[in-house]
Design a protein around this ligand. Structure first.
Ligand code: ASP
Length: 622
């Protein structure tokens, strides 16, 4: 049966977008929204729209007076049903841009199904700029517009492909509960007061982490879920308080086997969803965290362009006479740089702007060296550079410039990680401004072997860099054992600080798509790791008791990952904001402008929950 036929209902025989020249002479019944209307004397032309597309309907007062009369008052966005005959358009009036453009429907019957007020924005102008709050307030209208509709259709296809690929590989889809006890992922929990147990609360899952590990102990072997996650944090451009993760976990695996499946799955889902978008490199390149930092100044490198970081310090003599460089190196810091192609003729104002940005990213300054096409350099530090140093800079940064204006070296001197990260951010910003990345290409990679812990100087303790359940790489298990169990004796210099985790992120075009790890499946080691992170044994048992207990009943080695569904969909749809692939997203301050949530509970709800407000709320932000 044709696509159109499968979608027939009592009100329609076909859908608007599916009619073609081969349907000519068929009598059809259609229903949809008036997308556009044009009146030409006794002829009325309607572009009739439904989810599947648009078809032109023509009503002629001479042959169909009643149908014509029915349309007199009809305006855009009214819902109508029409009946008529599919007719080839007259030669020269075909519309090649429209899939249905070879035909029109000559209607002899029109029925108004529902009327519409004038919408707050035009549905039929896909490129019109509309204030986002207006779009969010009337999301059901925004969803009628082609761009958002198409993205949601793409997302649906993507989720379908995710399900198919997992089932093809023996995964079981399990829904884990939403009302749970805290599963930390480093954010604040949303909590839900219990009416039946006054004074107690549920937490909404930040992720199904503990549940999926318990499913491994239960023997499910391969689990996945399209899981809703909730994190109460200050919202940034790419964050929402609730979002969706493709969450999966596998038993009897090491890091290679998890990454192997995930990579295959990601490639397959991407191909099924966007067969038109080329992937830059297969298999995905793999970087250690250290290597990604050294080469790209980031743990989520965008590989669509070059401009890798250069170790300028290695090219320069230990003492250059330029105090900033010499001091940084004497204190163990690094001098790093990037080379921006074609920017040798940079203007003073651009340098000032770049310096300002470098400072905002944490650098104490920015040094520039303009590499001229004739082999000379221009730089405020030129006088400190011997001919040998100039030579060394040229060769360390890639040799002679091919650009007519020469190239620009931007250097940052500072602490090892900071100097890399500042340049990593400048690299991304400069590439974005200069459109260096091909927007069609999908450049995936893996970053792995992250440090197990990071030192939190403020609270003087170790914190998990990813999630507290990650296992150390086998050769570093010892480092956990040799770190003092006594919290007061801990310091940034502890052996545990050098431990690397069996942890991996999958990165796409400079965004972290997802992250996961092989887990600790041994109770004693997990307790040890919790202790390092400052949890007392009681505290660990109170928070993670079920998991710790379960590990005493035969826990298989296991590991998994979670991938952000919205991020993936946004990148496949070439969007920077995940709101653009969500049906009903919230604002930066967590409001749903359409439903007007959150809202105050009424008096009955307060009293049933045994709650009252201790503090007068400040004026809410929208
Ligand atoms: N639960 C982790 C997260 O949400 C992912 C994982 O380790 O599987 O980031």
């Amino acid at each position: 049966m044709s696509e159109s036929g499968r979608l027939a209902t009592g009100l329609r025989s076909d859908v608007c977008g599916a009619l073609r020249a081969s349907d000519a002479e068929r009598r059809v019944r259609l229903a949809g929204w008036i997308h556009r209307r044009r009146d030409h004397g006794s002829l009325v032309f309607i572009d009739l729209r439904d989810r599947y597309g648009i078809v032109q309907v023509v009503v002629d007062a001479a042959t169909a007076p009643e149908a014509h009369a029915a349309l007199v008052d009809a305006r855009i966005e009214w819902v109508i049903a029409v009946e008529g005959v599919v007719t080839p358009r007259r030669a020269g009036t075909e519309n090649e841009k429209l899939p249905t453009g070879a035909i029109e429907v000559a209607a002899d019957s029109v029925r108004i199904l529902s009327q519409s007020k004038t919408p707050p924005f035009y549905i039929n102008e896909p490129d019109a700029p509309i204030d986002e709050s207006v779009r969010l307030k009337h999301r059901y209208l925004d969803l009628r517009r082609e761009p958002l509709r198409d993205r949601l259709l793409m997302r649906s296809a993507m989720v379908q492909a995710i399900r198919e690929v997992h089932h093809e590989h023996g995964f079981v889809e399990v829904e884990t509960p939403i009302l749970i006890k805290s599963t930390p992922e480093g954010a604040r929990d949303f909590i839900v007061p219990s009416r039946l147990q006054p004074g107690s609360v549920y937490a909404l899952p930040q992720s199904p982490q503990q549940m999926k590990q318990l499913l491994m102990v239960a023997g499910f072997d391969r689990y996945f879920q399209i899981a809703r996650c909730f994190r109460d944090e200050d919202l940034r451009g790419d964050r929402q308080p609730e979002f969706t993760q493709l969450d999966l976990e596998m038993s009897f695996v090491d890091e290679t086997s998890v990454r192997g499946f995930v990579e295959q799955m990601v490639i397959e889902v991407t191909k099924r969803t966007r067969p038109d978008r080329p992937m830059q490199q297969l298999p995905f390149p793999v970087f250690t965290y250290e290597e990604a930092l050294e080469r790209y100044g980031s743990d989520k490198p965008d590989l669509r362009y070059g401009m890798e970081l250069i170790d300028l310090g290695a090219a320069l003599p230990a003492a250059t006479g330029f105090k900033v460089f010499d001091d940084v190196r004497a204190s163990g810091g690094r001098i790093r740089a990037i080379r921006v192609p074609g920017k040798g003729g940079v203007a003073r104002s651009e340098i000032d702007d770049l310096t300002e940005r470098a400072k905002r990213h944490g650098a104490s300054g920015l040094v520039w060296i303009a590499l001229q096409p004739d082999g000379e350099i221009k730089s405020p530090i030129a006088k400190f550079l011997s001919p040998e140093s100039v030579e060394a800079i040229w060769s360390a940064s890639g040799g002679k410039s091919t650009a007519p204006e020469g190239d620009l070296i931007l250097a940052v001197a500072g602490e090892r990680v900071l100097s890399a990260e500042v340049l990593g951010r400048l690299r991304v910003e400069i590439a974005l401004e200069a459109n260096m990345a091909d927007p069609e290409i999908l450049a995936f990679c893996w970053v792995h072997r992250f440090p197990m812990y990071q030192w939190d100087a403020e609270s003087s303790r170790w914190d998990a860099t990813h999630n507290p359940f990650s296992a150390p790489v086998p050769e570093h298990v010892e480092l956990l054992a040799t770190t003092s169990g006594d919290v007061s004796k801990r310091s940034a210099g502890d052996p545990a600080g050098g431990a690397l985790a069996q942890q991996y992120d999958v990165v796409l075009n400079g965004w972290e798509l997802g992250g996961g790890s092989v887990r600790i499946h041994d109770r004693a080691l997990l307790e040890r790791s919790f202790a390092l992170m400052g949890h007392s044994l009681d505290d660990a048992r109170a928070k993670f008791g079920a998991l710790l207990d379960a590990f005493e009943y035969g826990a298989p080695p296991h590991g998994g990952i979670a991938i952000g569904v919205e991020r993936w969909a946004a990148l496949l749809a070439n969007q920077v904001n995940i709101r653009e692939v969500m049906a009903f997203p919230k604002t930066q301050s967590g409001s749903d402008l359409m439903l007007e949530a959150p809202s105050e509970p009424d008096a009955k709800q307060w009293s049933e929950l045994g709650l009252s407000l201790a503090l007068k709320p400040s004026t809410p932000r929208k």
